[in-house]
Design a protein around this ligand. Structure first.
Ligand code: DGL
Length: 279
């Protein structure tokens, strides 16, 4: 199904199941302010973390198709769950039919590439959604590059709902922050680096730092993904020339516009205008 997709240079598309990808988008825009961006949050169907492979793939493909139709040549899946469960199928099966020249990139690979320079003990922990942990994507990707690094993961099913419900400062949140950190570290006493493998988690960083024992490095993804995208565009001038420049960013949500505006301000610390979109 080769589609009639727009061919002129277009914005870089950034997709997340909800608001979490805004933490990635803001770091990307800090690093690469000259480009135009479109953000889609599938807020009506979030969270993805507890959904099956088939559903995450179906929803993610719908969003990628929409971003291509809106003129994007390059789409970033700013969601670990979508990167874990849908990226490979889209790259291998869908892109060749939709338009082999367009690209979809995820957030897992850029996050793990630097891990070798961070861990000294070569024991690494992952905190992520149930879907990302069950997919085993982090251990698989880490072992492709660094086969000797030991990896333990812990699913944190309540962290995304706490963020989505504006409970980042709440007292009850402390209990669940501590619980998952303790459960992860109990699995391997030699862990010296913990990857926050979910785009929502930077919003919980003050509390995560409070309960993470000293000496353990917390690896947050925003800057890593932004630096990796900068490097990608440098290495791929044919794609860089298809990314329009103007410094504009448009926001779309599958939920109500009012709700997005209210919650997005927590993530972006700035007012945004948003339009509803059907996927
Ligand atoms: N932002 C998603 C991620 O990085 C988590 C939210 C969800 O479960 O939909 O995995």
């Amino acid at each position: 199904m080769k589609q009639n997709l727009p061919t002129l240079p277009g914005p870089i598309g950034v997709f997340d199941s909800g608001y979490g990808g805004l933490t990635i988008l803001s770091k990307i825009r800090e690093t690469l302010p000259e480009y135009d961006y479109i953000y889609i949050g599938d807020n009506a169907r979030t969270p993805y973390g507890t959904r099956s492979f088939e559903i995450v793939y179906e929803f993610t493909l719908q969003a990628v198709t929409k971003l291509f139709e809106m003129g994007c040549h390059l789409v970033i899946l700013a969601c670990n769950t979508a990167s874990a469960k849908a990226l490979r199928s889209i790259q291998m099966n869908d892109l060749p039919q939709m338009d082999p020249a367009r690209r979809v990139l995820g957030v897992i690979r850029p996050t793990i590439e630097c891990i070798e320079s961070i861990t000294h003990s070569r024991h690494v922990g992952i905190l992520a959604t149930t879907g990302t942990i069950k997919s085993e994507s982090y251990p698989l990707e880490i072992h492709k590059l660094f086969p000797d690094i030991q990896v333990q993961g812990e699913a944190c099913p309540l962290w995304v709902p706490l963020v989505e419900n504006n409970e980042t400062e709440g007292e009850g949140t402390d209990y669940f922050i501590r619980k998952y950190i303790d459960e992860l570290l109990a699995k391997d006493k030699l862990i010296d680096s913990v990857i926050l493998g979910c785009t929502h988690y930077p919003l919980l960083l003050p509390k995560i730092k409070k309960y993470m024992p000293q000496g353990i490095t917390i690896v947050s993804q925003g800057e890593l993904v932004a630096d990796s995208l900068k490097d990608y565009l440098h290495r791929h001038p044919e794609m860089e020339s298809k990314c329009s420049k103007g410094g504009q960013c448009r926001y779309y949500t599958t939920e109500s516009e009012e709700k997005f505006i209210e919650s997005a301000s927590t993530f972006l610390k700035e007012a945004v205008t948003v339009q509803k979109v059907e996927l």
